[in-house]
Write a new protein. Sequence first.
Length: 527
Amino acid sequence: MQIFTKRIFFFIYLSALVLSLLACSLEDKAPAADPPGNVLRIDVNFDFGIFNPISVDCSGSTYVFPFIYSFLCVPNPEGELEPDLAIAWEYNPKTFTWQIQLREDARFHNSASVTAADAVYSIRALVYNRCSSLGLQIESVTATSKYDLKVQLKQNNPLFLNVIWDLEIIPDLSRHKNLDLNDFPVGSGPFKFIEKTDNGRVILAANENYYKGRPAIDQVVFYYETNQEKSWTRLIARDTDIVGNLTVKNYEIIRQYADLFYFSKYYYNYYSILLYNTHHPLFENPMVRRAIAHAINRDYIVKNMLNGYAEVVAGPIDNRSAWYDPKLKPLAYDPYLSLEYLKKAGWTLDPDTQCQIKDGQMFEFDLLFPAGSEIDGRVARYIKLNLNEVGIRVHQKALPPDTLKERYFQNTEFDAVLIELSSNVRRLEEVLDLWITPDDAVSVTGGFADPEADRLINLIFNAKDQATKRDLFHRYVQLIAELQPGSFLFRKMSIDVISKRFVLKYPFSFDYEGCYRLQFARLKNEK
């Protein structure tokens, strides 16, 4: 025991020494004498897949899109929509009709004009691809002239443009048959695609014919870097300019150097959840799932493992959303109540093994989590300790993100998985699409199915007014809180950083609108 204690103290001392030396190395490091030229360098931790927004799901390519593609309109830092390709729009609440007028001077990177036909094609293709339930609200999308289009909705939605603003406007591929957006994207945005190199870089160059004027930055280069610690080292060495989602420990070190970096802190549109395979005999009983939720100390995770850079969540919707129900509260950490629920569900705590037993079987399961994520690994280990206290044995298994997704996405080849799901503030339909049971498959979320939940979702999608929709949604989230298809854990705060080699016109953020606004950045000391 004494040797073990000495090792612990030595490990703590060594860790403190390493962090101290790292902090000192940053403090002593002078700015590079000859910094890189007028090139914005960005590290991303997802591999670059295809570059067609219609087909892409989740890859490093999505970081590239706001630089290459344009949008109908874009929210300013205050959240109000401002013109981009669209210069005017009008909504008729009586007929549920949007009239949108496009600018006439926009050109794709292949010099073709951006027309209403391209916008119609993009809306149809992207809405149905990204959020099929939102597509069900659209009666028709038509071009009424070369630069005018009309969107006819089935129900009143005065916020429709706010919901779809981040849909990239791409060339109508039925007319531009020679284009292959998968490998060579063609947009109308501030930067043009040059190449994807063999060593995993994506290189963009300033669009000389951009309708808002050529960007001051000459090139944008993206680097695929799976290891966040390597990106951190590259940032300190001034080998890159932007790193997203800094780890808490790295931020604690670097935040004192405000003269070198801009920082951005904001909550994700995603939340972490311990999702269950509700078809598995262990997790088919909601009482068991509630027992597990009560056994996990989420406040401890947020306070001590994430240093307060997160918040506990109670359900599938973001508390910043207009659809949020303030009466919904997280299930409390209560191991004794957890034991009571397990007992009611027929489980018995064996006094010898201190393990839950039912019909001669021990309560044990595999917990899958993304390989390469330090935070997810720590959270998975802590959940294992929490559940061990109530007699449930957990076996941790780290899997590559793609393999992990194959196991749970419209699939039931898992026991439980630690993942992040969308809590999109603007698109309620995107949140609900995760949980609804399609006619020809199981739900996206590990096959979760409940007739009453599906009935409420259908009523929400077909509600004719916002008040009715909100009331139905509140009933839905209360039902989900009772059923606990997964233990809702926390929403992390993203901590992003950019070098002050660049002067920014707007506050920095590494989200879609923030990346779009980087077109207005310029190298320091350049006009």
